[in-house]
Write a protein that binds this ligand. Structure first.
Ligand code: ZN
Length: 303
């Protein structure tokens, strides 16, 4: 959503600081993700069964590893807390470290490894043309988060992660922008039409005057089934609330001759969601959800 803010220098500095705290420039350190293999796994306050249980996580939950000690992993939970889990009950996932925009570094598993991880056929993604539209850019900052995060920066990060993953899976990916530049809505749509995109995915982060408002909304104009397919996975793979699939009168959907959706992946105006959406874990889950949703949609088109 487009919200005009007058930014104070302090907020700007805080925003930049937060940005680099979360999106640390990649040196040798890479984020590592693991997936929970036990039905229910205890999260403890320290590395050992003598430590108290502070939380429980379900099978399939993706955790970001903070540190390793002996046979225990110190992990980040989706509620922002950390705790320890036994190494034997988790499996490694390919890395998708969040990256600074200027220096994207993304290490991916091979397509065959991804196939195993997703648990569904991703073959339908092969040779599909997907236009990824990172919302806003340049002089259009989009929404500004409670701690100063620009929507245009987050949309680009998500878009680049998605681009990398879809490319690995054999899709032909076209980006409406790959850096911080202003692109008109007309140009975005023209690209989708010109490329005869099999799907056009517009990435956005929401904002509201009500700072309690939270959750994910997926908008469509004519292609409800594409929206339903992606939205279902987004709700299942993230901890964000289901704000439903809705019809949206947006230029990039209305004027688009290709199957198109617009994703509002949480509220930057909600402090909790603003923090969450900047974690590698959230970005990983969102990218995974969009890929799965697309694969299922194309699968259904074939039958
Ligand atoms: Zn937006």
């Amino acid at each position: 959503m487009i919200v005009k803010y007058v930014k104070l220098p302090l907020y700007f500095l805080l925003g930049i600081t937060l940005f680099f705290l979360v999106f640390q420039p990649q040196t040798n350190a890479q984020s590592e993700f693991v997936s929970v293999q036990a039905n229910v796994l205890n999260v403890r306050s320290g590395p050992g069964t003598s430590h108290e249980i502070v939380d429980k996580v379900k099978e399939g939950t993706i955790l970001s590893v903070v540190e390793k000690f002996d046979r225990w992993y110190h992990v980040q939970l989706t509620n922002g807390r950390t705790g320890w889990v036994a190494k034997q009950y988790v499996d490694s996932l390919p890395d998708i470290p969040p990256s600074p925009i200027t220096q994207p570094y993304i290490a991916f598993a091979s397509a065959s490894k991804l196939q195993d991880l997703y648990g569904i056929s991703l073959a339908t993604l092969q040779d599909k043309t997907i236009v990824i539209d990172a919302g806003h850019g340049g002089r259009d900052k989009g929404a500004v988060g409670t701690s100063g995060t620009y929507e245009k920066d987050l949309t680009l990060i998500t878009s680049k992660l998605l681009q990398k993953r879809l490319s690995t899976l054999g899709a032909h990916v076209v980006m409406t922008r790959t850096n911080d530049q202003y692109i008109s809505l007309e140009q975005r749509v023209a690209l989708a039409n010109k490329k005869k995109a099999d799907a056009f995915i517009s990435i956005h982060y929401n904002s509201s005057k009500d700072d309690k408002l939270h959750g994910i909304i997926t908008y469509y104009d004519r292609h409800q089934s594409l929206a339903e397919s992606i939205h279902k996975e987004l709700i299942s793979l993230t901890t964000f609330d289901n704000k439903e699939v809705r019809h949206g009168d947006y230029h990039v959907l209305r004027e688009n001759s290709q199957p198109s959706v617009l994703l509002e992946l949480g509220f930057l105006s909600n402090a909790h969601e603003e923090t969450q959406m900047q974690t590698g874990q959230f970005q990983y889950n969102v990218v995974t959800a969009i890929v799965k949703g697309l694969a299922r949609y194309f699968d259904e088109q074939n039958t």
